[in-house]
Design a protein around this ligand. Structure first.
Ligand code: FDA
Length: 968
């Protein structure tokens, strides 16, 4: 092996050799190169290829020396960097790792492997299925593949050496399956349904495999799917039909901290079932993804942080597998010579026959190591992906990353020329690198509340129990809360479950004008004293509220599920955001509470302070029933104001829960008062009141504009110009470029348009698709929408639930009817036949003209207008042709088009290559302008300033010519 030639991939002679060498030298080049490789298969014309090539790898984009540039040109033997031939070069690079799609070629390659004594496992490329028809197609491709290979393989006798094990011959036909491709609607809250659907598509595959005597392996994908994969494996192979066959196995990833426990569990399962399974031990292919996602979500990182830890764990688990050779067959998926040697050493020590286990390696990698493994008499299986280039890109990029990873064995051996000592070092002896201190936070300590990980069984149980407990306690009367005292009223309004209009969540007191006046007086009376409470003490109250919300998290989520019709994950995100608002505004106020020096000058101090505005009313919507009311209330209160909270008529019980939590946290009487009742009377009265100083409003444009106008009118006796913090709706748009990653675009657009039934001010309602992609994208979008699960929010896994109320339902249904006259109804989903619920079928209109009502007006429901654009400029001008400016997005892989939308798309929050909803506090301060609002950014550092007035204090420090040292 030592003497063997450097593999093509790492050879400086070859095209990829040169690319890989530079990629390892320069991170920027690597990123640009891999991004270019990722987009390339979607580019259909040579102009497009040249344009992208320049945008990614042009001289201004990456700095590679002239010599290197020339070198690369020479290496490839073609002017690859300047246009022609690049697609075939990259296709060639991909073909190094994949077998392609042509049955004849596949058979030829597998035959060649057979002749080289190497066994195979084939995998069908394609991981992201966005709809159920796509999952059906994927399953069918496996059946076709089994048929094709079944015919061929039966011709090959005797089995190749690597298929001759210590217990007899092994199936020559071996397939590896990715479960995520067998069901498009996997949802963390509902693994049971996912297992059911996956099993339905697996059964024909397993049946066919059993008939053909084939072996089926379950690959392991991202951590979020790990438990689901294990559960699917156990469930289906416990079915009587598959209890005896086919032979089966699964991959486990040693980079996971859980892997030891999982491996032990699977070995126990095999023992109990009395069934020999194969465990393919790998290190894991998604290290970067797992690390980044866990950090983004503030979840524990599921993978080891150090490569040596993964290697050491691989060795430990290898030993365990070999020790359990009586129960399970082992397959070691590695190209690392140290890991291989360690397996062999353990096997020898334990007396395990070296033909009782096998090594597995990836097609196109580590050829010399493969030869060495065969030469020493071990069994070798190659993992052979088949399929088209486009779905194979994710796989190719993973392989390229692996080959250029600074930590990877292959790169170290072949590219960096690491010596034997270093390569074979015991991972336990490799010292951990010095820990890097976390970057100092800019001025304050704040961490977002993590979302609940519903893949954890305990979390799902907690939620189910919370819904049950709440249901036992529904229908209570919720009084007003004025001066920290409950106040009952003559009238009460029931708040109904949108999924069941006969279920009363609670009754909200209906305040009279007199009671609204009482609340205002209470707030007025309390304000001066509250303003004197030190900023850090006020901040502490907010932190207490956050703690109480954390304590009641599941209960609050359950309340959102039943009162607002939010599904589990949407409800959980809303509660987390409410907690974030409390903690974040507390942190910001601590900072604002410190006077800031404006300019240093001798003999004088100049500092800016902030004073509260006074008394305000908080008028909140129902669509983020806890987060928005909490954000507006806590921002105002921590700034030293007192408030009257008026929650929406549709979610008064949740609004009241916030005020109760404020009181429980110890806020003094009168600081936060609760008024429920009709907005048109009580709300309007408060807004127009001369003794009110500010209004914080989030809701419809119609009401927002009235408030804006009413607040601008100054009444006799009024002492203050009223401040209006106003957040209204949007007619938000996403552009899908002709080079967009459609797998991602479909998923992001569906979530943005139909998440919470489109009832988010940030929701997608105008989708502008470039002509080249229009039909293809629309078809996939419709298929994906058609696959969404519709049902009551309390049912785990429901994506589309009912809209908020009967009125909303009737209004949206009427809009859809009118829309049919203006544009083409491209698709309408079906909803449960339940007269008691407020369902609206999700709807997609296509070819919507820019002049139409559907394109221009906010609907606030699950209705999406799709419009065609002939080029990117037209798409951008259509996007900007709106009275609103809230959220916007663009799916594109053209750096220039991305730069263009960054510069010119008119919206308050712009998202590139992701969905446009789900802003996170501090990370994405949220809010729009034009008819979307007053330009304030909730969840941003400046937000609190809306509730404060600045004051500058100048003090002359000179006394008869003497100035104290620190003030001069
Ligand atoms: P090497 O010794 O160079 O190890 C590289 C690995 O170390 C990385 O892939 C990562 O797991 C880990 N690592 C890198 N940096 C790290 C860090 N800072 N901290 C901790 N760990 C770090 N993968 C998968 O996820 N699911 C699957 O089903 C399969 N199936 C499969 C089948 C076959 C036959 C093979 C050969 C491989 C797989 N893989 C896989 C891919 C596999 O995970 C990947 O090829 C190996 O992790 C590479 O490991 P080596 O031992 O070859 O290299």
């Amino acid at each position: 092996m030592e003497a063997a030639e450097t593999p093509a991939l790492f050879s400086k002679k070859g095209f990829y050799g040169a690319l890989m060498e530079w990629a390892m030298r320069d991170e920027r080049f690597k990123t640009q190169l891999f991004r270019f490789v990722d987009v390339l298969p979607t580019l259909t014309s040579s102009q497009e290829i040249t344009r992208h090539l320049n945008e990614y790898l042009g001289e201004e984009q990456v700095q590679i020396s002239a010599a290197l540039r020339l070198g690369l040109k020479a290496a490839s033997g073609a002017s690859w960097l300047f246009g022609g031939g690049i697609k075939s070069q990259v296709t060639g690079m991909a073909r190094q790792f994949m077998l392609g799609n042509d049955p004849k070629e596949i058979i030829e390659i597998l035959l060649k492997l057979h002749k080289q004594d190497t066994a195979f496992t084939v995998d069908v490329l394609g991981e992201a299925v966005v709809s159920e028809p796509e999952a059906d197609q994927y399953a069918q491709r496996y059946l076709d593949l089994l048929d094709l290979l079944g015919r061929e393989v039966s011709k090959r006798q005797p089995p190749c050496k690597s298929n001759q094990g210590s217990r007899g011959p092994l199936p020559a036909l071996n397939v590896s399956v990715k479960l995520s491709a067998l069901y498009s609607q996997v949802h963390p809250t509902d693994p049971k349904t996912a297992v059911r659907h996956i099993s339905q598509r697996l059964r024909p595959i397993l049946r066919r495999a059993k008939e053909l005597g084939a072996f089926v392996n379950f690959d392991m994908e991202s951590y979020a799917l790990k438990d689901l994969t294990l559960e699917s494996f156990r469930t289906i192979f416990e079915e009587s039909e598959f209890a005896e066959g086919p032979l089966c196995g699964l991959a486990l990833q040693a980079y996971l901290r859980d892997s030891k426990a999982d491996l032990h569990r699977m070995v126990d399962w095999a023992r109990t079932q009395n069934r020999r399974i194969t465990v393919r031990l790998v290190k894991g292919a998604y290290w970067d993804y797992e690390t980044v996602m866990a950090h983004q979500r503030h979840w524990p990182v599921p993978v080891f942080a150090e490569k040596a830890q993964t290697d050491a764990n691989f060795e430990k688990l290898s030993q365990f597998l070999l020790e359990n050779d009586r129960v399970v067959d082992s397959a070691f998926g590695t190209h690392n010579v140290r890991s291989i040697a360690n397996v062999l050493a353990h096997a020898e020590r334990l007396g395990v026959n070296p033909r009782a286990f096998e090594f597995q390696m990836l097609y196109g990698m580590a050829d010399s190591i493969k030869s060495a493994v065969l030469q020493i008499g071990c069994r070798l299986r190659e993992y052979c992906p088949v399929g088209e280039l486009l779905p194979g890109m994710a796989y190719l990029v993973r392989r390229l990353l692996e080959n250029t990873s600074n930590e990877g064995f292959l790169a170290n051996k072949y590219a960096k020329g690491a010596g034997r000592e270093e390569l074979l070092k015991n991972p336990l002896e490799i010292p951990a690198p010095p820990s890097v201190p976390a970057p100092a936070h800019a001025g304050h300590e704040f961490q977002n509340e993590p979302l609940t990980d519903f893949t954890i069984t305990k979390e799902r149980e907690r939620m189910t129990q919370a819904i049950t407990a709440l249901r036992d306690d529904l229908g209570r009367r919720q009084p007003l809360l004025i001066n920290n005292k409950a106040v009952t009223t003559a009238e009460w309004l029931p708040s109904l479950n949108p999924a069941n209009q006969s279920e009363v969540v609670g009754y909200a007191a209906q305040a009279s004008i007199t009671q609204a006046e009482e609340a205002l007086s209470a707030a007025r009376a309390a304000q001066p004293k509250w303003a004197r409470v030190a900023a850090h003490d006020r901040a502490e109250f907010l932190e207490k509220i956050a703690t109480l919300m954390r304590r009641d998290k599941a209960g609050l989520c359950a309340l959102e599920v039943l009162e607002a019709g939010k599904n589990w994950t949407e409800a959980d995100a809303d509660v987390a955001e409410a907690i974030d608002f409390c903690d974040f505004y507390a942190a910001v106020m601590r900072d604002l509470g410190q006077p800031k020096l404006t300019q240093k000058v001798a003999g004088e101090t100049n500092s800016q302070h902030w004073l509260p505005r006074g008394v305000g009313v908080i008028i909140a919507p129902w669509n983020f029933p806890l987060a928005i009311v909490t954000g507006m209330t806590t921002a105002a209160v921590v700034a030293g104001n007192t408030v009257i909270v008026k929650p929406s008529d549709q979610t008064p019980i949740i609004g009241a829960r916030l005020v109760s939590l404020c009181l429980e946290a110890g806020l003094p009487p009168g600081v936060v008062n609760l008024i429920t009742g009709p907005g048109s009377t009580v709300g309007a009265h408060l807004v127009g009141h001369p003794r009110l100083d500010f209004i914080a409003f989030t809701g419809s444009k119609e009401v927002g504009l009235k408030i804006w106008e009413s607040a601008g009118r100054t009444l006799p006796g009024q002492r203050d110009l009223k401040k209006v913090v106003c957040e209204m709706g949007g007619k938000n748009c996403i552009i899908v470029d002709s080079d967009a990653d459609l797998d991602e675009a479909v998923v992001g657009c569906i979530a943005s348009a139909f998440g919470y039934q489109g009832q988010k001010c940030s929701a997608l309602s105008r989708l502008i698709v470039l002509e080249d992609n229009y039909d293809k994208f629309l078809n996939r979008l419709i298929a994906a929408a058609d696959s969404l699960r519709v049902g009551p929010a309390e049912l785990p896994g429901s994506i589309i639930g009912p809209v908020i109320s009967r009125d909303a339902q009737q209004r949206i249904l009427a809009i859809i009817e009118t829309g049919k006259k203006e544009a083409k109804l491209a698709w309408q989903g079906s909803v449960p036949d339940n007269a008691n619920a407020c369902y609206v079928p999700p709807t997609i209109f296509a070819d919507v003209p820019a002049s139409s009502w559907l394109f221009r007006e906010e609907i606030f429901g699950p209705v999406l207008a799709v419009t065609r654009a002939k080029d990117f400029d037209e798409a951008l001008s259509l996007a900007n042709d709106s009275d609103f400016a809230l959220t916007g997005g663009c799916y594109s892989r053209s750096p220039e088009n991305i730069a263009l939308v960054k510069a010119e798309m008119v919206c308050g929050n712009l998202y590139i290559n992701r969905g446009i909803t789900g802003a996170v506090v501090e990370r994405q301060p949220f809010g729009g302008f034009k008819m979307s609002g007053g330009g304030t950014k909730a969840g941003g550092r400046e937000y609190l300033e809306n509730f404060l007035v600045p004051r500058v204090i100048t003090e002359n420090c000179l006394r008869r010519g003497f100035a104290p040292a620190e003030e001069s």
